[in-house]
Design a protein around this ligand. Structure first.
Ligand code: SAM
Length: 353
C-alpha cells in the first residue's frame, strides 16, 4: 500500500515536470519547421531515416550543430513526430504520419505554416499574460502585449497576413476535401458567399466540386483580399462582416465564429441572416467542443485551440458546444439547425432561415 502510494507520487511528480517543461515541445516543433527538416527527410517520398548530420547537410548551406538538432529530433520522436532508429550508437530519424503533415505537397501546402503562424513574436508576447484573461476579460492578452487587437495588428504587417493566409490554406484544403465528400448542402445554391474566406481556397474547391454553384464571393478584410489570387468564378470583396455582408443564396463561413464573443457572433450572424433569402442557409464549419473532457488528441486539440482564441483574439471568444451555437443562431432568428460530423476537428453547422 505504502509502496503504491510512493509510486503514484513519483508518477505525479514526473507528470508535473513534463507539463512544466512542455514549452520545449511547440518551440522545438517550430524549430524543425524553420529548418525545413520534414521536406529534407521526405525527399519526394523516400522518407529514408537520416542522422541529424545528414539532415543538416540538406538544410543548411554550411555549419550547423548536429548534436543540437539530434536533441530536438529525439525529444520530438517521443511526441510521435519522428520515428527514431538506434543502431550501434547512431540515431536516425524518419517521419511518422504526424511528421508527414509538415511536408510540402504538390500545391505548396502543409501544416508547417500553421505552426509558424502560431509562434510569431507578437503572438508569443501574449502567452505570459494568459492569467490576465481571468483577472480582466475585457482585453485579450494579445492586445495587452501588443497595444491593439490581433487583426488590426496583422493588417499593418503584410508578412503576418501572408503567413495567416498560407496557414489557413494548409489546414483548410485537407478539411474541404473531406467535407465535400461527405456533405451535399450546396445543392441548389448558385451564388455562395464565403465570409472570412481568406485567400479563397474553400470557394475554389466548392466551385470545382459543385457545378450548380456558379458564382463565389470571397468576402474578407480589404488587406486580405487585396493579396488573394485570381480564381475563376470567384470575386474577391473587401469589407467588414460586423457592418454588412454581401447577399447570396447561401453563406459559407469557416473558422470565423470561434474567434469572437457571443455578442460579436450574434452581430455577424444577424448580418448573415439579413443577406440571405427566405429558406437560405448559413453553413458554418467550426471546431465544436465535446461535452466531456478527456485526453484524446481530438479533445486536446479543441481545448488547446480554445485557450489560443482566448489569448490571441478575444478573452471571451471561444470554442463552443453544438448547443451553444444553436442558441446563438436561435437568438438572431434562425429557426432551423442541423449538424454534420464529416471531420474530426470541424463540425458543419447548418442554420436555415
Ligand atoms: C481563422 S481565419 C479563417 C480563414 C478561412 N475561412 C479558413 O478557414 O481557411 C478568419 C478569417 O476571418 C477574417 N476576418 C477577421 N475579421 C474580419 C472582418 N471584420 N470582416 C471580414 N473578415 C474578417 C480574417 O482575415 C481571416 O481570414
Amino acid at each position: 500500500m505504502e509502496k503504491e502510494g510512493t509510486e503514484t507520487r513519483n508518477q505525479s511528480r514526473l507528470a508535473i515536470l513534463e507539463l512544466a517543461n512542455m514549452i520545449s515541445v511547440p518551440m522545438s516543433l517550430n524549430a524543425v519547421v524553420r529548418l525545413n527538416v520534414a521536406d529534407a527527410i521526405w525527399q519526394g517520398g523516400s522518407n529514408t531515416p537520416l542522422s541529424a548530420a545528414q539532415i543538416i547537410s540538406r538544410v543548411l548551406h554550411s555549419g550547423g550543430d548536429a548534436e543540437n538538432l539530434q536533441r530536438i529530433l529525439r525529444m520530438l520522436a517521443s511526441y510521435g513526430v519522428f520515428e527514431e532508429y538506434l543502431s550501434e550508437g547512431e540515431r536516425k530519424y524518419s517521419l511518422t504520419d504526424v511528421g508527414k503533415t509538415l511536408v510540402t505537397d504538390e500545391d505548396g501546402l502543409s501544416y508547417a505554416p500553421y505552426v509558424l503562424q502560431h509562434h510569431q513574436d507578437a503572438l508569443m508576447r501574449a502567452w505570459p499574460l494568459v492569467h490576465e484573461a481571468v483577472v480582466d476579460p475585457n482585453k485579450e492578452p494579445f492586445e495587452r502585449a501588443n497595444g491593439e487587437p490581433a487583426y488590426g495588428y496583422y493588417s499593418k504587417q503584410p508578412e503576418m497576413n501572408e503567413l495567416m493566409v498560407k496557414a489557413m490554406s494548409g489546414v483548410s484544403v485537407p478539411f474541404m476535401r473531406a467535407m465535400l465528400e461527405g456533405y451535399d448542402g450546396f445543392q441548389g445554391v448558385e451564388r455562395l458567399v464565403d465570409v472570412g474566406g481568406s485567400g479563397g481556397d474553400c470557394l475554389r474547391m466548392i466551385l470545382q466540386k459543385t457545378p450548380n454553384v456558379k458564382e463565389g464571393i470571397n468576402f474578407d478584410l480589404p488587406e486580405v483580399v487585396a493579396k488573394a489570387p485570381q480564381i475563376p468564378g470567384v470575386t474577391h470583396v473587401g469589407g467588414d462582416m460586423f457592418k454588412s455582408i454581401p447577399q447570396g443564396d447561401a453563406i459559407f463561413m469557416k473558422w470565423v465564429l470561434t474567434t469572437w464573443t457571443d455578442e460579436e457572433c450574434k452581430q455577424i450572424m444577424k448580418n448573415c441572416y439579413k443577406s440571405l433569402p427566405e429558406g437560405g442557409k448559413l453553413i458554418a464549419c467550426e471546431p465544436v467542443l465535446p461535452e466531456h473532457s478527456d485526453d484524446s488528441h481530438r479533445t486536446r486539440a479543441l481545448l488547446e485551440g480554445d485557450i489560443f482564441v482566448m489569448t490571441i483574439y478575444r478573452a471571451k471568444g471561444k470554442h463552443r458546444t453544438e448547443e451553444q451555437f444553436k442558441q446563438l443562431a436561435i437568438s438572431v432568428g434562425f429557426p432551423s439547425f442541423r449538424s454534420f460530423h464529416v471531420d474530426h476537428f470541424y463540425t458543419v453547422l447548418e442554420f436555415q432561415k
